[in-house]
Design a protein around this ligand. Structure first.
Ligand code: SF4
Length: 322
């Protein structure tokens, strides 16, 4: 495929240690290796960006370590980036006119942690330090992107404090968590680290409680789920449907996505999309997730669609139901 697509060089892994030389060689028309691996840099070998990032994204941790088999970020070792590096990148973005700063990680609550337990002091210190940056004005939209249910449940008090720091402006309310499935068996088979330190058998309860805690703190959850794992049985899909039904009373979007073969499972292949269309149970799951999302969207039209709130999403939700 590499030759067919005319790709000169494939780099797998992290860029810091090899990309500068690689690009220099390319510019000088030197021969490039067809395939190479980028070693893992220590955090002090990661330089600050030189130009503003798209959407004001600033990386605060890298990797994950919960070891979900299908996950790309999990291929990288978990590290917290140095606070000074983070502040420098925020400053650079703000100086170049950014109005949004998005603190990117696979789980914001892991920032500064040595294990799976959130480190409240480190997280609050980072947020307070950001607010002290000279260029940081009150109208800057500071937010983060991902949390995990198990971290939320370990630190409900921290969620309250962190939500307060981020603010409750409508734009800051969305937060994504990876729900993936309602089936403890699928959790155990493909993502045993995800519920830790809690038990995989309690996964539905963990997800439900974490969404409740986030809703109580004015966060609306954007939850992604997966169907189509090779070991997924009918009962696993039914458990995912149950979880979607249990979420009815919460403010959340639930998007059920077909399994895509990547990360540690990249060689096993994915089910063709047409097969989902002919699978009534999986279609039921996908449809129920869409209905729930449409209902949430219609309750939060301004948040979801900003100024295109003329779309009548309630009607869409009713249409899907029938
Ligand atoms: S918890 Fe999320 S980021 Fe971490 S390995 Fe699992 S899917 Fe990947």
């Amino acid at each position: 495929m590499q030759e067919k697509l005319g790709i000169d060089c494939i780099l797998e892994g992290e860029g810091e240690k090899v990309v500068p030389k690689l690009f220099k060689d390319a510019i000088e028309s030197k021969e490039l290796p067809k395939h190479l691996f980028g070693d893992t840099p220590d955090v002090d070998e990661i330089p600050a960006i030189y130009t503003p990032s798209r959407g004001g994204i600033v990386e605060i941790t890298r990797g994950c370590g919960r070891n979900c088999k299908f996950c790309m970020p999990n291929l990288l070792k978990f590290r917290t980036l140095p606070k000074e590096l983070i502040l420098e990148e925020i400053r650079l973005n703000l100086k170049n006119g950014a109005r949004h700063i998005d603190l990117h990680s696979e789980d914001f609550l892991r920032y500064g942690s040595k294990g799976l337990k959130p480190d409240m002091a480190k997280i609050l210190d980072l947020l307070h330090s950001i607010k002290k940056i000279e260029e940081f004005k009150n109208d800057i939209d500071l937010k983060t992107d991902f949390l995990s249910s198990s971290s939320v449940l370990q630190a409900p008090d921290l969620i309250e404090e962190v939500s307060h720091e981020f603010g409750t402006d409508t734009k800051k309310k969305l937060i994504e968590i990876g729900i993936e499935t309602g089936s403890p068996n699928i959790i155990k088979e493909y993502m045993a680290g995800k519920p830790k330190p809690f038990d995989a058998d309690d996964w539905q309860e963990l997800v439900e409680q974490s969404i409740g805690i986030l809703n109580d703190n004015e966060r609306i959850v954007y939850g992604t789920m997966i169907t189509g794992f090779s070991e997924e049985k009918e009962d696993d899909v039914i458990k995912s449907i149950e979880l979607v039904e249990r979420s009815a009373k919460y403010d959340c979007f639930l998007f059920v996505l077909p399994f895509i073969s990547m990360g540690g499972l990249r060689k096993i292949g994915s089910i063709p999309v047409d097969n989902y269309l002919n699978d009534p149970l999986r279609m039921e799951l996908i449809k129920k997730g869409l209905i729930k999302s449409a209902e949430t969207a219609s309750n939060f039209v301004k948040l979801t669609l900003s100024n295109i709130d003329y779309l009548n999403l309630s009607k869409w939700a009713c249409h899907l139901k029938t």
